[in-house]
Design a protein around this ligand. Structure first.
Ligand code: DIG
Ligand code: MN
Ligand code: MN
Length: 387
């Protein structure tokens, strides 16, 4: 099998990912900045299908109207020249000092209003180049001291903002859905909507919940010590997996945004298997960046590696599904003689009466053989390429 990316794989990167210049809290940039046009061509060179952006990745926050017009013209030309598409857009509501205490959840009503206006304009920009998904990562929506604001007020402000922006999208007639991106902390000490579960419960309280889904990120659930596969499954079964941020991350660290599959390939394998086995149709978006030590040739190797690893794991998932011993063990583990099929259609009086009459051999239930070590070793054999 070729591990070369193709458009049908729907691999995308943000301008801010391959455009990351290596600045970190303890060091100055190690790479010179590339323009959006240069980054589009770099992504085309490595084989990406699409490119995403925050408003200010493309249009500097202090750009004049004529600068904005030229930048947008050049960007659209680069898209035309390369064939790259723009599936997703988002707003930078975290870099400018105006948002130092949050954007939608800020204690200052003028900041909250500015954040709404900035987002409306950024939505217009994203839609103008074809975005169909709009991500909300509230990097500054949080606290260091909970003396500063009530979480009840903050969450209500967040809800009011998303409700307002859903109204704007409907009034504009845009074909656009929102995706909330959870993260537990960093840059704020505590960020609101910290996990997929919080985002899903928040969405359920909105005026237009059907317009809003989630954009889970590997690194962010791992930062909270959570199983990303299970978070994605929760979003999927809720019909809310509108987008996904792929990268990798060691548990209990700062947000590392490493190359996809580079730290926990086994967990990445399960994720790819879930997405591919269940027909996920969205972008495979790599919200990741190269090591600070990389030059741009290594940045390209980083981007190629994200896509290559995804395709290798996609092949491993097919191999796992086709492996006779694996399938035999799974059939044994999931055996069902239909004795309790009367429970499959939910509660009924007759089902409850029938169940009440059953005598269970509890000891036998506890003695059942479960060959999970054998199954897990087969998984390892497949992943290590010895099977
Ligand atoms: C960080 O994980 C966030 C920002 O980069 C952006 O707002 C979002 C888009 O995927 N991810
Ligand atoms: Mn991240
Ligand atoms: Mn992200």
């Amino acid at each position: 099998m070729s591990y070369e990316p193709k458009p049908e794989h729907k691999f995308t990167f943000g301008l801010w990912t391959v455009g990351n210049i290596g600045r970190d809290p303890f060091g100055e940039p190690t790479r010179s900045a590339m323009s959006p046009v240069q980054l589009v061509h770099l992504l085309a060179e490595v084989g990406a299908w699409g490119v995403n952006f925050h408003d200010n990745d493309l249009i500097p926050i202090d750009a004049t109207a004529s600068e904005r017009e030229q930048i947008l013209k050049d960007f659209k030309q680069a898209l035309a020249d390369t064939g790259l598409v723009v599936p997703m857009a988002t707003t930078n509501l975290f870099t400018d000092p105006a948002f130092k205490d949050g954007a939608f959840t800020s204690n200052d009503p003028a900041v909250r209003a500015y954040a709404l206006q900035k987002t409306m304009r950024a939505i217009d920009l994203g839609v103008s180049v074809g975005a169909k998904i709009y991500v909300f990562w509230g990097g500054r929506e949080g606290t260091e001291t909970d003396s500063s604001k009530s979480p009840l007020d903050a969450i209500k402000r967040y809800r009011d903002a998303i409700n307002f922006l859903c109204g704007y999208v409907k009034d504009q007639g845009y074909d656009l859905k929102f995706a909330m991106e959870p993260k537990p902390n960093e840059p704020r000490s505590h960020i609101f909507l910290p996990t997929v579960g919080d985002a899903l419960s928040f969405i359920a309280t909105l005026d237009d919940p059907d317009m809003v889904g989630v954009n889970p990120e590997v690194a962010h659930e791992h930062m909270a010590g959570l199983n990303f596969l299970h978070g994605v499954a929760m979003a999927w079964t809720s019909g809310k997996l509108f987008h996904i941020d792929l990268n990798d991350q060691l548990f209990g660290r700062y947000d590392q945004d490493f190359r996809f599959g580079s730290m926990m390939p086994k967990q990445a394998f399960y994720l790819v298997r879930l997405l591919e086995d269940n027909g996920y149709e969205g972008s495979r978006h790599f919200d990741a960046h190269a090591f600070r030590s990389s030059d741009y040739e290594d940045v390209k190797a980083f981007a190629r590696g994200c896509m290559r690893t995804y395709l290798i794991l996609k092949e491993k998932a097919a191999q796992f599904n086709a492996d006779e011993e694996v399938q035999s063990l799974l059939a044994e583990i999931h055996a069902d003689d239909g004795s309790f099929s009367y429970l499959n259609s939910g509660y009924s009086k007759s089902a409850a009466d029938q169940l009440s009459a059953v005598t269970f051999d509890r000891v036998a239930l506890g003695n059942r053989s479960l060959p999970y070590e054998r199954l897990d070793q087969l998984t390892i054999d497949i992943l290590l390429g010895v099977r």
